[in-house]
Ligand binder design. Sequence first.
Ligand code: SAH
Ligand code: SF4
Ligand code: F3S
Length: 445
Amino acid sequence: MRQTAFPKTFRVKSFGCQMNVYDGERMAELLADQGIAPAPEGEDADLVVLNTCHIREKAAEKVYSDIGRLVKAGGDKPPMIAVAGCVAQAEGEEIMTRAPAVGMVVGPQAYHRLPEMIARAARGERATDTDMPADAKFAALPARRRSAPSAFLTVQEGCDKFCTYCVVPYTRGAEISRPFGDLVSEAEKLVEAGAREITLLGQNVNAWQGEDDAGCSAGLDGLIRTLARIPDLQRIRYTTSHPNDVTDGLIAAHGEVDKLMPYLHLPVQSGSDRVLKAMNRSHTAESYLKLLDRFRAARPDIAISGDFIVGFPGETEAEFEDTLRLVDAVGYAHAFSFKYSPRPGTPAAGMDGQVPREVMDERLQRLQAAIARGQLAFNQASVGKRCTVLVDRRGKLPGQWLGKSPWLQSVFFKGEAAIGDLVEVELAEAGPNSLAGRLLQPAHA
Ligand code: SAH
Ligand code: SF4
Ligand code: F3S
């Protein structure tokens, strides 16, 4: 790599899960602190950070096409390119060999060291940092100063579950929980900076454990109860939770903490116990359904969301139909579904009975139709309800606003409002992906 000037402008492009979005925001804050400015919309940046995702093959391959595009668009003045995120962690060396235009490779636990790496890159030295120092990153990042009405806050990272299809335990490392005090103070800063809603993030967010101010051990529910005391924080959410880490306390919190929104993202992956076992999920379809019953007993209107994989190695038609039955039994308000993607280094990639692509395509279509039916039914059942909507953007029509209901539905309505307002609406009409609302009461600031 040749010597280049120290960058004046940057752009961070995040792919993958919400934790990558959170990391992307923290990187942007860090770069801004170094005097590097965000590149204006539509203009080339001197430094581009590709914050990548390794979860499925397509997501991982995207980084190489993006690098190619950046080099081409840059002509004789290509930008400084940093590859961050989970592909960086998993394939750092390969990226350095395959893509000479890349100046830096930095893993998800090492991005606080970006400033030194940029200084080296400006001297023409390429650098890779995929160390995983436990929890060093957060202490080295600047304090939060800006926030959208709805903010993310990473409380837990990493995964010890080792589902046989998944790269996350390798890319994000072992489960760690950030300390209670750091989280409360970051939440307070986010609220001061404009957040009205905070979504607590973790690969297994409900595995979070810590010690509260009194030195007592606390789980995610304890953290939620403490954050609920921040006066101007109106809503709390958390994602992604794992069935094995659900506690009585978390279920109870859904019935007791008003600010905790009635929404639960609890992935199940499959409705077949044989497939679940082969996935190393350590729960069954029935134990999952029983958990949902307990959440519903605590909070009857709770919206359920999930993740599914179709075409896991060896999945038969009958096993896939078990998944369809589970979807109908749950009545998901929302769910993500994916075709199984063999990932290098994971046990499932070497299993017998890889399912042909056409079969996966067909199963995915049927699954998505079942999920869509449930989602429409859930939205239709909401019609007539009165609820709050947190306004997050303008709609396409004049005077129209868009926001989220407590059940995370997109709601649009007309009237007086502003981004960040929490308004009262009556849900009037339901579509598959959104609802029309009638404004009852303008913002309480
Ligand atoms: N920690 C979370 C989710 C992490 S990844 C959990 O355990 O639920 C997000 C989703 O991607 C997973 O829930 C799974 O549905 C999907 N996924 C992970 N690995 C995959 C693979 N190899 N192929 C297809 N989908 C995958
Ligand atoms: Fe991946 Fe399973 Fe861990 Fe979720 S619990 S991140 S699916 S290994
Ligand atoms: Fe992707 Fe890494 Fe998130 S692999 S889904 S960005 S944890």
